[in-house]
Design a protein around this ligand. Structure first.
Ligand code: ATP
Length: 363
């Protein structure tokens, strides 16, 4: 029986447009390789370009499409020169997280080829960790708030509700169990300095106590930064507050080839957004040289997530096939796009990944 899924595609700005085109190309390739799967991809406008053209960065029809879709595939939104009248950046991806309650920011960090890491003596597959970032609370709560006193003082509050800390810790535990690797969950915080982080750790401790099959560790964020560089092989799943997750996931991406290699998912109880962890990268936008691997791997995460929520093994199989096609491609051409030291163009990478996927030689 054919399984048809509705995907809202929001390419956004800059390289978001290029890399989303490749992710959608791969979904079409999945349809050819797995004839029982169909994706109705509806492209929607959002972001800085949309704001300039329509005076609104997230039109009502985009909200409606995102709310009613089975999943949302996002490129990147925002351009440094395009601001609202109050000076804030256009960031509908943050609005999506808040409005759709996408509390778990899942950011896998996997080394596909030793040539991609600046660390010595680490081979393919040896870096294999996931950062789970609390994506709706923490310091980002102050995005539209905070006190300003004239031109002299500005503040921002870090907010840690028990429910939010508990559900993201629970999501990290579930992930560590389903990965079946080290079964280790590390809480990253600054519990030695701020009461809000001490509370985050306390709720983490209470949550992991309910998972006796898992190992739990705790690290201060500064030490986590050090250990991620010194020996990333030691980690499995790390869970942390919003701002620490924002910073450490970029650091971790640099260990496996940079932002072009970093996929992500923002998952909530009823909705999920899948997007590369990078931004719109205006420095390379419009040149056709962005690395689409992060976007393609985000599409694979989408397939896996839908497979899990629908109990549909064909989607899990498709997700695995996409990942194996990416691995086979990067095994042969580790230096593909310019960010990885190669000369391939964004669309060429998508084409070759699709060829490998459809040839089935990767499985
Ligand atoms: P944000 O503020 O949303 O994080 P940004 O534009 O400041 O976004 P990114 O877009 O995340 O930062 O990326 C920083 C740099 O990394 C870019 O300027 C670009 O040079 C490089 N980069 C990011 N993504 C890619 C990609 N997919 N392919 C190649 N290079 C990339």
């Amino acid at each position: 029986m054919t399984l048809a899924l509705r995907i809202a595609s929001v390419p956004g700005d800059g390289i978001g447009v290029d890399v989303t085109a490749e992710a959608v190309k791969v979904l079409r390739s999945v349809e050819r390789r797995f004839p029982g799967l169909r994706f109705a991809v509806e492209e929607q406008a959002a972001g800085a370009r949309c704001y300039l053209e329509r005076g609104c960065d997230m039109p009502r029809e985009t909200w409606d499409a995102c709310r009613s879709a089975d999943a949302i595939l996002l490129g990147a939104c925002g351009l440094p020169d395009v601001r609202r009248t109050d000076g804030t950046e256009i960031a509908p991806q943050l609005d999506l997280r808040r409005e759709l309650d996408l509390y778990a920011g899942v950011r896998p960090v996997y080394l596909f080829h030793e040539a991609h890491t600046p660390l010595k003596g680490i081979g393919a597959g040896e870096i294999d960790l996931v950062i789970v970032r609390e994506s709706t609370e923490g310091l980002f709560v102050s995005r539209d708030a905070g006190v300003r006193v004239g031109g002299e003082v500005a503040d921002a509050q870090l907010v840690v509700p028990r429910r939010g800390a508990a559900r993201v810790a629970e999501a990290a535990c579930q992930l560590a169990r389903s990965r079946a690797k080290k079964r280790l969950v590390t809480c990253v915080d600054k519990a030695n300095v701020l009461g809000s982080y001490a509370f985050f750790r306390k709720v983490f401790d209470e949550t992991v106590a309910g998972h006796p099959d898992l190992k739990a560790a705790r690290l201060y964020a500064d030490a986590a930064a050090l250990w991620l560089v010194r020996d990333p092989r030691a980690f499995d799943v790390l869970v942390m507050e919003n701002m620490f997750g924002d910073i450490l996931s970029d650091l971790a991406a640099s260990l496996v080839g940079g932002m072009g290699m970093a996929p992500s998912a923002d998952i909530g109880p009823a909705h999920a957004v899948f997007q590369p962890a990078h931004g719109s990268a205006p420095d390379i936008a419009g040149k056709g040289i962005a690395n689409p691997i992060a976007a393609i791997l985000s599409a694979a995460m989408m397939l896996e997530h839908l497979g899990g929520t629908r109990g549909e093994p064909r989607l899990d199989e498709a997700a695995g096939a996409v990942r194996r096609a990416v691995a086979a491609f990067l095994g042969k051409v580790p230096r593909s796009t310019p960010d990885l030291g190669g000369t391939l163009r964004c669309a060429e990478v998508g084409d070759v990944v699709c060829e490998i996927l459809e040839a089935g030689s990767s499985s």
